[in-house]
Design a protein around this ligand. Structure first.
Ligand code: ZN
Length: 276
């Protein structure tokens, strides 16, 4: 599943191709991927003819601001969704569920093998209809995500720190890979209860969360299976991971074998020696 650095990489690689382009034709091949509006025909008719003014991102949602009435076209990739820029305008890529032809002969394709992705077309007032977007917490590497915020959030909570880091209403955009990596860097055991973290540990965690997200974006994301940027290129952050999916391999810090635990239904990878 793509995480925030992967989605940001898609945004960065796609934006120069799509901003300022007009959508000349909308070919929706699987109606049920459209979650809002309820009527897929309405989605198609409102999207067709619009110009993309900007492409932004909030958490793992990609937001295409459109001209005219101010509608926003929003994509969530979920498990296997991919956005692919087709320079020659061909729309026959495998698993394409939505093809947007653009006014310079190119096209934007949404492909999705498992069809769990979600497409929305909303007015700004309708954003609360997208619950996962509306309730997102502050994001790493933004002004809203301060050490003070993190400290306040953790101080009242009994939840295990790993589960808390995955809660999108606490911190937006941190998924399993980057949560494991942040806890490794901070030297914090994933099962620690949030409120037991000392100020020093919270400081290390704050720095680590920003660092793993920043490094992930700098590396063009992490590719294990399906993730590709808008040009179909893999990321290479998987080469720089310390903990995630390294079970049994030696810790890069101390040589102890990385262990795996299941916390709140999700796997957690950690060094039993370096993480207290
Ligand atoms: Zn270690």
């Amino acid at each position: 599943m793509p995480e925030m650095p992967e989605v940001e990489t898609i945004r960065k690689t796609l934006a120069p191709h799509i901003e300022g382009r007009r959508i000349t034709k909308v070919d929706l091949r699987l109606d049920r991927l459209v979650k809002v509006p309820a009527d897929a025909a309405n989605f198609v008719s409102r999207l067709e003819g619009r110009r993309v003014e900007s492409l932004s991102r909030r958490g793992k949602y990609l937001c295409f601001q459109l001209d005219g009435a101010g509608d926003i076209f929003i994509v969530h990739l979920r498990m296997t969704g991919q956005l692919y820029f087709s320079a020659d305008g061909s729309t026959d890529r495998k698993y394409t569920r939505l093809a947007l032809s653009l006014d310079n002969g190119s096209a934007l394709l949404f492909a999705d093998l498992r069809t769990l992705g979600a497409l929305y077309l909303v007015t700004p007032a309708e954003i609360p209809l997208i619950k996962g977007l509306h309730t997102l917490g502050p994001e790493p590497l933004t002004e809203a995500f301060t050490e003070e915020y993190l400290k306040n959030y953790l101080s009242a909570r009994q939840t295990k720190i790993k589960s808390l880091l995955l809660d999108q209403s606490a911190i937006a955009g941190l998924g399993n890979i980057y949560a494991d990596e942040a806890l490794f860097l901070a030297g914090i055991h994933p099962e620690r209860k949030a409120k037991t973290l000392s100020d020093k540990e919270i400081h290390r965690l704050y720095k680590a969360v920003n660092k793993v997200i920043g490094d992930g974006i700098a590396d063009g994301g992490t590719t294990f299976s399906d993730y590709r940027d808008a040009h179909g290129e893999s990321g290479h952050h998987q080469e720089n991971l310390n903990a995630y999916q390294r079970t049994g391999k030696p810790c890069k810090g101390c040589g102890t074998a990385i262990q795996r635990l299941v916390i709140g239904g999700r796997s957690a990878h950690f060094c039993p020696r370096c993480q207290k």
